[in-house]
Each structure stands twice: as C-alpha cells, then as structure tokens.
Design a protein around this ligand. Structure first.
Ligand code: PLP
Length: 415
C-alpha cells in the first residue's frame, strides 16, 4: 500500500479502513484481491462481524415475546438497531423504520400494501427508465392488480433525467413516484428534492430506492422530503437478508398489512383480527434479528467514518477512475451524468463484457458484467451488457490502477 492513501484530503485514512475488512486481505488467482463489486454487495468490517458474532454467542433469543433475560436482551439489541437506523436516515423517530429483507421487499411492501389500497384505473405510477428491476416489477404487479398505469420518465444520453421530463411526466394523475436515488447501472444521482416538490404539488407520494445511496451519501429523509425510503443492509457493509423501509408514520398507520402472522397483530380471533401499529404491523413472523443487529453496527460504522467524508472519497475516486478509463482506446462510459457516484460502467469496442470480466478475475480484479438487473438501461444505450466497477469506502487509487492495467492486459489478449 503506498503512502498516497494515507491522510487523503477527503479526511479518510483508507489504509486504516482497509484493515477493518478482513476479506480484502486475500489473494485471488494468486493476485492480491481488488474488489470492485460493492454495488452488488459490499464486504463487512470487523465491527459488523463482531456484532453479529457477539449477538449469537451471548444475547440470542427470539424477540418481543419472552420474559426471560435473553429474550429481553435480544429485543433490546433489535430495537436498538431500529433506533440507530432511524438516526442513520435522520428519521423523526424509529416508529417509521420497518425491518425488511432488503430494498426489494421494501418496494414490494409499498406497492402491495399502499398500492392495492390506493391505486385504481386512471391513476398513474411514475418511475424512471434507470430503475433496477426491483423498482419496476413490483409496480407492474401493482398496476396489473389495480388497473393503474405505469408512466416512465426517460433519461438523456448521459443517463440523467432532464427537468422538462420530470415536469412532463409527474402529472395530475400521478399517485406515486418511485425513483432510485443512485442508479446502479449508471451511477446517476437523481434530484430527489426536486422530484418530491413536483410530486407533492400534484398530491402524489414519493418512494426513493436508496439501495446504492445508503453506503455512499448522507441520507436525510426529512431534508429530502420523501414519503418512503428503502435500502439494504448488505450494500452498506451489513449482513444480507436484512433491510429497512422507512415511511412517514401517518402513511404507514393508514396502510393495511401485507403479510399476516405472528407479531403483527393486536388480537386474533376466528371472527376477526385487529392489527398492531407500525412498524410491527409490517413485520410478520420472526425477523432476521442478527441481521438487524449487524445492519445497526454497519450504520454505526459508516456514521463513525462520517458520510460526508465517505461521499467526498467516492467522488475523488470516481474522478480518478473516469480520467484513467478515458485513456483506454475504444472505451465508452455508460452513465456520464454530472451528478454521479460510485459506478464506473463501460463497454469497449469489439470486446464482450463477459470475456473481459473473466480475464480481469484472473488478475484478481473483481468486477460485475451483465445487465445489472437494469435491462431497460441496456436497451436505452443499445448494449446487451456492460462491465461495471463499483466503488466501496475501502477502494483506493491503486485499485483503479490495477483495474486499468488488467484491462490493458486483457485487451492485448482479446484484440
Ligand atoms: N435497487 C437498486 C438501485 C439496486 O442496486 C439493488 C441491488 O442491486 C436493488 C434495488 C435491490 O436490492 P436488494 O437485492 O438488496 O433487495
């Protein structure tokens, strides 16, 4: 590791951060691992691994139902994680924080619970062309079930949403706008506050898919003004199988349950059942307790680094990566929006991304190739797949240099 990564002007000591992530210190195909796939899933710092290990070794039990000590400790740890995650997104309080399996489940929850109760023929659900499939398919299902229509905001050649397009598509029939904060195939940061202002002026709600934003930007749901914000634990250095849907409490309180089972009820009888208040109403069954504890630890870890500093480091690395990739002949970036984070996606003339990805892996460089669960984005840019390097807080300029060297080597073999 060169001294250059120490005392970055952005204020993060990345060499020190790397030591928090045991998985990074390994070789792959006899080369030191360069992990550039955090957009798909990020590695875990020791603090998260320890929090989960401690919980299982000491405090584990089911939550909410026991009088014994371990059950109380488990409940405390679970609810403490909820409070931490409320702080992480600057929610007014923890009652709007629902634990889910991830972003996908959060969007499905709103589409099924709110959507089925509030959408009907003539209503419009507005999404963008750059959504992950989990920002598209749940709304298609809700539209099929209710007779509402799906309206798509198109992007320009840089992969940004023009303001005129927002104004044109968020019309008087819009009931909800569901849009990603950062696009996973492009890196575009969408103007959420502007979208919220336009949607609210039409009486529509806004759901933000924060899967890619939660690890990279300070999130403040009150400043954004959105109504729902969904994100995943595993992309923000926490466990898989756990996520959060934050929702404005008054909206959640008016929404019907979508899964039935234990913990989401006030009283059950064969004549009829009454439901618990949120968040319990939306958390049927035994939750991923250790996952929540780990996700809380991940949020603490990121807040400890400082999300402003994390975002500044991401921007510095992205600029470095853009400049370096521009030196590769025949390389075209997919996604060049002026407001961008964390994603370096590209195609190279005459080279199939899968061949490139395989050769990069032989050099120890892990990137993702394919459609990145965003097939409409691929269609818009006229490609079937891209190569995507996605950044994490532990990546360095040396990682980008290794990527560039590995691409050059691969091209010498492929061309
Ligand atoms: N939305 C975006 C923008 C994503 O990048 C992803 C995952 O890649 C998802 C949603 C789905 O997240 P999960 O699979 O954690 O539910």
């Amino acid at each position: 590791m060169s001294a250059a990564v120490h005392a970055e002007p952005e204020g993060l000591d990345v060499a020190l951060i790397r030591r928090d992530f045991p998985a990074l210190a390994q070789t792959v195909n006899d080369k030191p691992l360069v992990y550039l796939d955090s957009g798909a899933s990020a590695h875990k710092p020791q603090a998260v691994i320890d929090a989960v290990g401690r919980f299982y070794s000491r405090d584990y039990s089911n939550v909410h139902r026991g009088v014994h000590v371990l059950s109380q400790r488990a409940t405390e740890a679970f609810e403490h994680a909820r409070t931490t995650l409320a702080r992480f997104v600057n929610a007014p309080d923890e009652r709007g924080v629902i634990f889910t399996r991830g972003t996908t489940e959060g969007i499905n929850l709103v589409a099924q619970s709110w959507g089925r109760a509030n959408l009907g023929p003539g209503d419009e659900v507005v999404i963008s062309e750059m959504e992950h499939h989990s920002g598209i398919v749940p709304w298609q299902l809700a539209c099929e079930a209710t007779g509402a229509s799906l309206v798509v905001m198109r992007m320009d050649d840089r992969g940004a949403l023009p303001d005129a397009e927002l104004v044109a598509k968020i019309g008087p029939r819009a009931k909800i706008v569901s849009v990603t904060h950062i696009a996973n195939a492009l890196g575009t940061i969408n103007p959420i506050a502007r979208i919220v202002a336009l949607a609210h002026a039409q009486g529509a709600l806004v759901l933000v898919d924060g899967a890619q934003a939660a690890p990279h930007l300070p999130i403040d749901v009150q400043a954004l003004g959105c109504d729902f914000y969904a994100f995943s634990g595993h992309k923000m250095y926490g466990p898989t199988g756990i996520g959060v849907l934050w929702g404005r409490y008054e909206l959640l309180a008016a929404m019907p349950p979508w899964h039935g089972g234990g913990d989401m009820i006030k009283r059950v009888s064969f004549e009829g059942t009454t439901y618990a208040e949120p968040p319990a109403r939306f958390e049927a069954g035994t939750p991923h307790i250790a996952g929540a504890v780990g996700m809380g630890a991940a949020a603490e870890y990121l807040m400890g680094l400082g999300l402003e500093r994390v975002a500044a480091w991401d921007r510095a690395l992205l600029d470095y990566g853009h400049a370096a990739l521009a030196q590769i002949p025949g390389l075209r970036l997919t996604g060049t929006a002026p407001d961008k984070a964390s994603i370096l996606a590209f195609t190279i003339d005459g080279v199939h991304p899968h061949d490139l990805g395989t050769l990069l892996d032989m050099d120890g460089v892990a990137v993702r190739v394919g459609h990145h669960c965003a097939q409409p984005v691929m269609e818009r840019f006229g490609v079937s797949a891209t190569t995507r390097a996605s950044l994490g807080v532990y990546n360095t300029r040396e990682d980008i240099d290794r990527l560039i060297a590995a691409i050059r080597k691969a091209l010498s073999l492929l061309r």
